[in-house]
Design a protein around this ligand. Structure first.
Ligand code: CA
Length: 160
């Protein structure tokens, strides 16, 4: 199943370019030009990632990111901010409201795809074969082994 990506970008040419590049790379794309325009998609689709332009009419990308990260339905949806701003303060502001990464315009399609993959890898650990480790408890999706502080443990099944 291909990951669904929601784009919110008001510039037609960039929206088209993003859609083209993402579809070429096997993602399914929903492209919208504003937060209002994206409402339906946010309510009824579950995008794996949101690409959010910084400079948008009405509600800025920063305001949208803040709103999404405070919502129950989208607080864990990764966001990549798209920005023409390269000032360090702006980048920090973007990361502070909860954006997972940012891309400065102009960007190359290659960089975009690499960043999307990196963010998805980081935010969807179960989609990889890497072992998952939380406070000493380690789950290995390949061998199905569970260890606690390095010692192998059998998980009990229900009814046994
Ligand atoms: Ca814009």
């Amino acid at each position: 199943m291909s990951s669904k990506i929601l784009i919110i970008e008001d510039e037609f040419a960039i929206r088209e370019m993003l859609t083209f590049v993402l579809e070429q790379n096997g993602y399914s794309v929903i492209a919208k030009e504003s937060y209002n325009d994206a409402q339906q998609a946010l309510l009824h689709e579950s995008p794996a990632l949101i690409i959010l332009d910084w400079m948008l009419p009405n509600m800025s990308g920063i305001q949208i990111a803040k709103k999404l990260k405070q919502s129950d339905s989208h607080k864990s949806t990764p966001i990549i901010m798209l920005t023409a701003k390269s000032e360090e303060d702006d980048k920090i502001q973007g990361l502070e409201v909860g954006a997972d990464d940012y891309i400065t315009k102009p960007f190359s399609p290659k960089e975009l795809i690499a960043r999307i993959k990196a963010v998805l890898r980081r935010t969807q650990p179960t989609a990889t074969d890497d072992p998952i480790e939380i406070v000493g408890l380690r789950l290995d999706p390949i061998s199905h082994r569970v260890t606690v502080d390095g010692k192998e443990t059998a998980l009990r099944s229900n009814g046994i």
